[in-house]
Write a protein that binds this ligand. Structure first.
Ligand SMILES: [Zn+2]
Length: 263
């Protein structure tokens, strides 16, 4: 319960359980009678949740300290992706003929697409969840077909299949695919991710392409669905570059998704 303190200079509304004040009114002297002090009683102090229940009169004391302004936010922080559901499919990682499919590989560096895009999924998930989104990752080793993986996108706000490419250990570029039958919404999502990749990756931008990809065909309409090829893993020359590009690609994909969902 709050309390009151009266001194020669003012009446203070003191914070409950403390010796600091939240409000004050000044005491003034009367013109007719110099020995008489006056103040206006602020009636609003006596309404609300924390009204004063006692008063201390201390005419010898100095003005008390003011209470620090509370740092507690008054409401929830705005979350731009609050309520949005995103499904990420880190590509490959299923068993085929007794071998877990690593996807594209860089033999010289001993790295593969399956493991790198799984790292991308973690980065993207953390980034989007920090903005309030719900992110579901379609895990590997479940024996699901491509269309079954795509169907995991059902009811979500977008589905992203994460991949890296390989060709002849020389070609380098990034590209984003929509299905051959892709909708304008698929193209919009792909375009925003492609733009974000182009901003940060120092490699040629192959833009948005169409292809009859099974995983994208499996995503039920109208869920927007794209497949990213962040870079060609086989032609990266050193692990530092690979790690750097993989992180840059993941952050760019997250940015593209956010731009799409907040447009
Ligand atoms: Zn792949």
């Amino acid at each position: 319960m709050a309390w009151l303190k009266l001194t020669k200079t003012g009446l203070y509304l003191m914070k409950s359980g403390s010796i600091c004040y939240v409000k004050k009114v000044d005491v003034s002297s009367s013109n007719q009678n110099p020995s008489e002090l006056r103040l206006s009683v602020p009636l609003d102090w006596f309404s609300g949740r924390d009204i004063p229940g006692s008063m201390v009169i201390d005419l010898e004391s100095n003005e008390p300290e003011t209470c620090p302004i509370s740092a507690t936010p008054s409401g929830p922080i705005a979350m731009p992706l609050s309520g949005k559901v995103i499904v990420l499919d880190p590509g490959h990682g299923e068993f085929h003929g007794g071998i877990n499919d690593p996807g594209a590989v860089n033999k010289a560096l001993g790295r593969n697409e399956r493991d790198e895009v799984r790292k991308q999924a973690d980065i993207i998930k953390a980034k989007l969840e920090a903005k309030g989104a719900i992110v579901k990752v379609v895990e590997n080793n479940t024996g699901k077909s491509l269309s079954a993986i795509g169907s995991e996108g059902r009811g979500s706000d977008c589905f992203i299949s994460l991949h890296l490419n390989a060709f002849n250990e020389e070609v380098q570029r990034h590209e984003v695919f929509v299905h051959t039958q892709g909708t304008p919404t698929d193209e919009k999502l792909a375009g925003l991710i492609s733009q974000a990749l182009a901003k940060v990756l120092p490699i040629p931008d192959a833009g948005v392409k169409r292809m009859g990809l099974g995983v994208l065909r499996g995503v039920p309409l109208p869920v927007p669905a794209v497949l990213t090829e962040g870079f060609f893993i086989d032609s990266v020359k050193d692990t530092a570059t690979l790690d750097n590009w993989n992180t840059l690609a993941a952050n760019a994909i997250a940015e593209g998704i956010e731009n799409f969902l907040t447009a």
